[in-house]
Design a protein around this ligand. Sequence first.
Ligand SMILES: [Zn+2]
Length: 83
Amino acid sequence: MKLIDADDLIEQINSTDFDTYRDYENVYDLIDSAEEVECFDFAHWVCGEYDIPHCSACGYEIMPNRIYPFCPNCGAKMESEEN
Ligand SMILES: [Zn+2]
């Protein structure tokens, strides 16, 4: 998995003058060339009120059936309970 800066990618897409016949390839090339970012923050899912999991770093709540390896809000990498 490659983590990228989505804000930077959107900025690049918005500032690119696309060739109308090759839009797909141009967007693919931009995504492929996007700089990889490292995730420095670690957190874990905490089961809160009504069994709704939330991020231990930022408190973002997710649906119980959608456990992500990263927090969709702050980007912290989730460590399992065994670690
Ligand atoms: Zn978070």
